[in-house]
Design a protein around this ligand. Structure first.
Ligand code: PMP
Length: 338
């Protein structure tokens, strides 16, 4: 049976690109995209299948758009769906928009409420991925940022894993370099910039690795194709700083909060050399989509003893409990939808 044909199965990011399959809704409320899922576009809730843009749309022609990837986690025992750090994502969207000379149509708090309303209208009772995109909507030829209309769309789909979280993955330091702040600022989540992530991810995967590690122009470690990077060396947790052409990750900030609050481990934020990764005790990647993914081999070097290390394991346990609403001390991370 082809992927996407099983009603109620979770969608991975790769599968989002597949043609939606029309299938009857099962009683559980699990809805594959393309059935009666609604999205928010042009100021109203409309069926996802009717949310279309013209082929001359500026954001499509030139990548002049910004987006977010947000997760919501279903807690079966509580019968609750939790939006994860929704406010933080819309704050970053607003910052990315400013860099792109535009503004979201609504303030952050209203976008947060709107997202909960979208999840309720879809009656999602499973893990969900939410994708808001704010794009230059004028239908015109002519590359620029100024004097263009903008429009926003938010859709949500049931969602599973993006990259493996339970086994360690392999990574390759790819030959591509991260977008410099002098070219396309990596701190803004700009759709056009994701061609850089696509180059990196495909180079790594076509070479047989699971993920890419991307360096800055001056050769320091920046991040994965769509994840921030942490390493542990001699008991010190480290991550590259915001001047190393990273996306200022929401999950990255969360990991630092959990490490200091729960493990009494402060994160040293500094530039990291490629060869330091080879001799690290632990390396992991994290992001909203990726969650927390241990890296056990890089460029054919085994990291630590080749198993998931103790800091990574502890942070993963804390993270997955927190996002599912099982750690009340971190309820400020979560927006209950129901
Ligand atoms: N870096 C890049 C390039 C990304 O696309 C992502 C995913 N949004 C991340 C890092 C992780 O960011 P966050 O934790 O905010 O999802």
């Amino acid at each position: 049976m082809m992927a996407g044909q099983v009603p109620g199965r979770l969608y991975s990011l790769g599968m989002l690109t597949e043609k939606p399959v029309r299938a009857p809704l099962p009683a559980t409320g699990v809805k594959p995209p393309g059935t009666d899922v609604v999205c928010w576009m042009g100021g109203e809730f409309i069926p996802l299948a009717e949310a279309k843009i013209g082929v001359m749309t500026h954001g499509f022609l030139y990548g002049t758009a910004t987006f977010e990837g947000i997760r919501a986690y279903w807690n079966e025992e509580q019968g609750q769906l939790y939006g994860l750090k929704v406010r933080e994502h819309y704050r970053r969207l607003t910052d990315s928009a400013k860099i792109l000379l535009m503004e979201p149509p609504l303030p952050v708090d209203e976008l947060v409420d709107l997202t909960s309303e979208l999840l309720r209208r879809n009656d999602f009772r499973q893990d969900t991925y939410i994708r808001p995109t704010l794009f230059k909507s004028t239908e015109a030829i002519g590359v620029r940022l100024h004097n263009l209309e903008r429009e926003m769309v938010i859709f949500a789909v049931p969602f599973g894993e993006y990259i493996a979280i339970d086994r360690g993955i392999s990574a390759q330091t790819v030959s591509w370099r991260r977008n410099s702040d002098l070219a396309i600022p990596a701190r803004a989540k700009i759709t056009g910039a994701y061609a850089n992530s696509a180059f990196s991810k495909s180079e790594a995967q076509l070479n047989g690795y699971d993920e890419a590690i991307v360096l800055t122009h001056d050769g320091h470690v920046s991040e994965g194709s769509a994840e921030n990077l942490f390493m542990v060396r001699d008991g010190v947790l480290m991550t590259p700083g915001v001047a190393d052409d990273i996306l200022e990750g929401v999950t990255r900030a969360g990991m630092m909060e959990l490490a200091s609050g729960e493990l009494r481990l402060q994160t040293l934020v500094r530039s990291i050399d490629r060869s330091e990764l080879y001799i690290a005790d632990e390396v992991f990647l994290c992001g909203t989509g990726a969650q927390l993914s241990p890296v056990i081999s890089i460029d054919h070097r085994t990291i630590g003893d080749g198993t998931v290390g103790p800091v990574t394991e502890a942070l993963a346990a804390l993270y997955f409990d927190t996002v599912r609403g099982r750690r009340p001390a971190y309820s400020h991370w979560l927006t209950p939808v129901y």
